[in-house]
Ligand binder design. Sequence first.
Ligand SMILES: [Zn+2]
Length: 290
Amino acid sequence: MASGSSSSSNGDSKRQRTLPVPKGVAELKTFTPDSSIASDVIPSVNFGERANGRQPDMIVLHYTGMPDVEGAIAQLCTAGTEVSAHYIVLEDGRIVQCVPESKRAWHAGVSAWAGEDDINSCSIGVEIVNRGHDWGYPDFPLRQIAAVIALCRGIMLRRKVPSHRVLGHSDVAPARKKDPGEKFPWHSLANSGVGHWVQPAPITRGTALKLGAISDDVSNMQAAFRRYGYNIPTNGKFDGATMEVVTAFQRHFRPERVDGIADQSTMATLHALLASLPPDAAAPAAVASK
Ligand SMILES: [Zn+2]
């Protein structure tokens, strides 16, 4: 069954492992990949229309979080799972497109960023094959990261996605998600012009805000995360939701220590990021806070 929907020529099948095309998907109508570096198309049945014709201006990066690539592709493409992504980047660097960029793929789930909570309508979803935290969380191979960079650069150029809107799933769904996780080399992406990044401020001893604190300092800290785009309450209480946002921020921007404590290094890194945002990227006025 592993043929038919591939858009690449058969000529390279000797060099590359055949893609595991799930049963039933091979008969689906294929399409021309939006990215010129996508080598294959495995059409997914799981997608819809973007709300109100919203054009995507965000990229959300994920890991697949499953023990093997066959299971991951089946999950993202077959009926009944209710999940999909526009692209899957394999460990060997091959890029498979599953949903046309014009359509709304189902990758983000309940999520919010910078005042929007229909992240699927405003984003392109990229699944990076990696077993994830529950299955040993291996390092991302360089070949795979190079492919993610090339793919994202193309999308950013074609869709005018600003760097600060290349995000991880955990950024937009901090209460539910850890992917792509603290091993994901965001600094390497930034070196190639993908994503917003500053050198994390060094970890020092000093005052820190943590779970249970209630103060104006906590309100100010929450407001700063909110200005950056995180959906965080600004109630002055360092509650569970606040800790989840701090943790998500650290996974992305200060991966050396992911502990949910708003220490000086975390806050200095956040303020450096805020200071280096483009002027038109200013904060959401209001986000539907839960
Ligand atoms: Zn995800």
